[in-house]
Design a protein around this ligand. Structure first.
Ligand code: M6P
Ligand code: ZN
Length: 195
């Protein structure tokens, strides 16, 4: 038997960074091109191409059944038109794989949808443990004025399906509403041909 060594990483609770992260993914607005609801607002904002979020992948582990991967995500505050900064969003390539999120700082929402386009919204603040069940697509949104930071843990063989959301959009939009937010149906959402 070959054993993978146990490992720990310190998460900086003030800003969500993991100084010993194995990899850091940086997502600027250009990496989310076409995902925001207001094309003109997106084109205008692309001139500055702001930082939208970073993902700190903690450990370098085998991407195979049995392992768990974990990361922190730091979403900057900001908007494109009325729509808050958010992650790209994905289904899992192995769609029956679940995921657990734990809020560390700031505030946001976890937006989920079934392949048929049913939307659920889970508000998140520091201390919120939110569960992504198998088969639900998921995106996180910063609805506050400071960075929204959370920890995620998921099966190492889950993989990413970004194509479905890139093609169909997300069924729900999270829009600024006074000091808060509202979730509205996405008028441009195109239902997938088959679930
Ligand atoms: C969480 C996890 C990661 C994911 C990240 C950013 O940390 O779900 O697996 O990569 O959010 O989300 P996305 O991959 O949709 O950009
Ligand atoms: Zn996921």
């Amino acid at each position: 038997m070959t054993y993978v060594d146990p490992v720990s990483h310190q998460v900086n609770l003030a800003d969500g960074t993991i100084p010993t992260a194995h990899a850091v993914q940086v997502r600027r607005l250009a990496d989310l091109r076409g995902l925001f609801a207001d094309p003109q607002a997106e084109a205008d904002a692309l001139a500055e191409n702001p930082l939208v979020y970073q993902v700190y992948d903690a450990a370098d582990l085998p991407h195979v059944d049995g392992h768990l991967l974990y990361s922190t995500t730091v979403i900057q505050p900001g908007r494109v038109g009325d729509e808050f900064f958010m992650t790209k969003g994905h289904f899992h390539e192995r769609s029956d794989r679940a995921e657990l999120y734990y809020g560390l700082s700031g505030e946001g929402v976890l937006l989920l949808q079934t392949p048929e386009g049913r939307v659920e919204t889970l508000p998140m603040v520091a201390g919120t443990a939110a569960y992504v069940p198998p088969h639900w697509g998921h995106r996180t949104v910063n609805t506050g004025r400071v960075p929204f930071v959370f920890l995620a843990a998921y099966p190492a063989d889950a993989g990413y399906d970004y194509g479905t959301i890139a093609r169909d959009g997300f069924a729900g939009l999270v829009l600024a509403d006074g000091d808060g937010f509202r979730v509205v149906p996405n008028p441009r959402y195109r239902r997938a041909a088959s679930p």
